[in-house]
Design a protein around this ligand. Structure first.
Ligand SMILES: *Cc1c(COP(=O)(O)O)cnc(C)c1O
Length: 217
């Protein structure tokens, strides 16, 4: 299939599973070059996900200026400075030292998602669900950080009940934060759903899906 077919297929599956909100499709281009990213742009994609500063900056430098770049991977504190002016959002805020560095380097308010480890796997990054509210309260001291939502990576499984349960737990956690009505953390968004599981994530309320493999293969 072509990139064009891939985009159409993903968009039609997204529509079929949509509930109240229409999620934003972030095309994860971490494993492909500028040529493929540009082909996705031509198909109407404007949101791109990258997990390495070098790969993000390479694309920022050559793609049209209305392309938005989302940082979706583990972000080393020392790399914040390189990317901070070029990201629409950081989906992987998972520690105070990172929040502090973003706050220090940013000249504007930066939209961030708190990454949550919903799988219980040690290898997955992110906060435990019960750490989310204390962490967000701690972030209040950083005036350049706005927490717009929660992000997770579901466990790699085909079992629908496990995936659905994971996404529901993230939604419940999001609702709890939202109910606090923190000024610095409106937390209205849910970044969840990848190639393997995005239809379920959308049914469970995803507002951003991060899709790589099925778009670029
Ligand atoms: C690679 C990656 C994705 C996309 O995964 P696919 O399975 O290729 O769709 C989404 N989110 C994060 C954080 C990733 O690292």
């Amino acid at each position: 299939m072509s990139i064009s077919d891939n985009v159409r297929q993903v968009q039609s599956i997204m529509s079929a599973h949509e509930r109240e909100t229409k999620p934003t499709l972030i095309a994860v281009t971490k494993s492909v070059g500028v040529d493929v990213a540009n082909a996705l742009y031509v198909e109407g994609i404007r949101d791109f996900g990258e997990n390495r500063p070098d790969s993000l900056l390479e694309k920022v430098g050559v793609m049209p200026t209305d392309a938005r770049f989302h940082f979706i991977g583990t972000l080393q504190t020392r790399k914040v400075r390189q990317i901070i002016d070029h990201v629409a959002a950081i989906h992987s805020l998972d520690r105070l030292s990172l929040a502090s560095e973003i706050d220090k380097r940013a000249n504007r308010v930066v939209d961030c998602f708190v990454q949550v480890n919903t799988s219980g796997e040690d290898s997955k990054h992110g906060l435990e669900i019960e750490e989310v509210i204390p962490f967000i309260e701690n972030c209040k001291q950083y005036s350049h950080i706005r927490i717009i939502g929660l992000m997770t990576m579901a466990p790699l499984t085909e079992e629908e009940s496990i995936l659905r349960d994971t996404f529901r737990r993230l939604r419940v956690a999001r609702d709890e934060v939202m109910a606090k009505a923190y000024e610095h953390a409106p937390c209205t968004e849910l970044s969840m759903g990848m190639s393997n599981d995005y239809p379920i994530a959308i049914e469970e309320g995803a507002s951003f899906v991060r899709i790589g493999t099925v778009l670029v293969q």
